[in-house]
Design a protein around this ligand. Sequence first.
Ligand code: NDP
Length: 400
Amino acid sequence: MSKVLIIGAGGVGRVTAVKCAQHPDVFSEIMLASRTKSKCDDIAADVKLRTGRDIRTAEIDAENVPELVKLIRAFEPELVIHVALPYQDLTIMDACLETGVNYLDTANYEPKDEAKFEYSWQWAYQDRFREKGIMALLGCGFDPGVTSIFTARAAQHHFDEIHYLDIVDCNGGDHGKAFATNFNPEINIREITQNGKFWENGKWVETKPFEFRKELTYPNIGERSSYLLYHEELESLVKNFPTIKRARFWMTFGDEYLTHLRVIQNIGMAGIEPVKYKGMEIVPLNFLKYVLPDPGSLGDNYTGETSIGCRIKGIKDGKEKTYYIWNNCSHQAAFDETGAQGVSYTTGVPAMTGAMMMLQGKWKGEGVFNVEEFNPDPFLDVLGKHGLEWHEEINVDLEM
Ligand code: NDP
């Protein structure tokens, strides 16, 4: 029985709140706090309709440490689940340190003025979290999150050495809009327009955005053009599984999406440098977010499925082996259950499940951890029951 404070009331915050509310035995009291309280109140009303439970709501600026400390002290949660934006990772971690409360997030820290994401800033909290006797669990969404837990399962049960890892992320859904992103547009566009990189033979190899493309076949979806990107879990996976010779991340994009993105970039709307507009400073990408469809509103009429998994090659008992582990998630089923589409669902369900692991003491430690450092079994044992069934195949063609 534990109190939990969820910060962030977007699509992921909605799913996390609904899923936590479904488990009163673990999450005895829930507070949802975000910058705009009315969004928390709307979600709370929906949680009541769907689960019969009352959750509390609050307004918070998660970039203001004293405000966070005040809210945490007043509510006294055992854990803060941070599903606002990556810009707030460090301030929320600071508030957790000050109040002695555990922390979980789904995306690593990014400074606002530079599209650069890496774990160094958060790993730097290791000693302070350990000394305080509290735990931070980083990157517990789907990717990062479940993809790293899938890799940990492969290492624990299927391989003596993992040599090649390809994480493959396909959104085979159709939301009927000309252009929309499936999670926060600003974070999403920053992520995919920067140079890519992958790990090979002990070093990072840099690529231009969308330089490498492969046609990959996804279960129940079919063939889709998949592009090599840098994704944050690669950094912790090559550190925690040092036998990996090559680690890459692939994401599918349709031609229509890429054409829109190219136009957005060419006209300067993906810029993160402030520009002067009628006497005030605006960041073009920041403004773009307000004219694009809200990812949280894409659920209605969203058809098709996501398919995210790991394709792995390595050695078991002296023989070469291949392994594919994945989940498919239906946008419609996600929407029916939580009021949010599949990308929010595949992030919020692992966030709730990771929180459950921490609160039940199945994953415990003092310091800062990535999800693959824990035993994957208890997490994967319940992930299917929580809505994300997974499948595995051995010695199949990985198309890599
Ligand atoms: P949204 O943009 O829909 O929601 C973000 C929420 O955070 C909004 O409610 C917003 O408030 C709130 N917020 C922003 N700034 C602040 C602040 N300073 N103080 C308090 N609240 C704030 O994003 P999503 O729900 O789509 O994504 C949430 C997180 O999940 C992101 O960090 C994203 O990177 C991560 N993610 C992780 C994935 C994974 O697989 N690991 C996949 C997808 C997303 P307001 O409503 O006022 O704007």
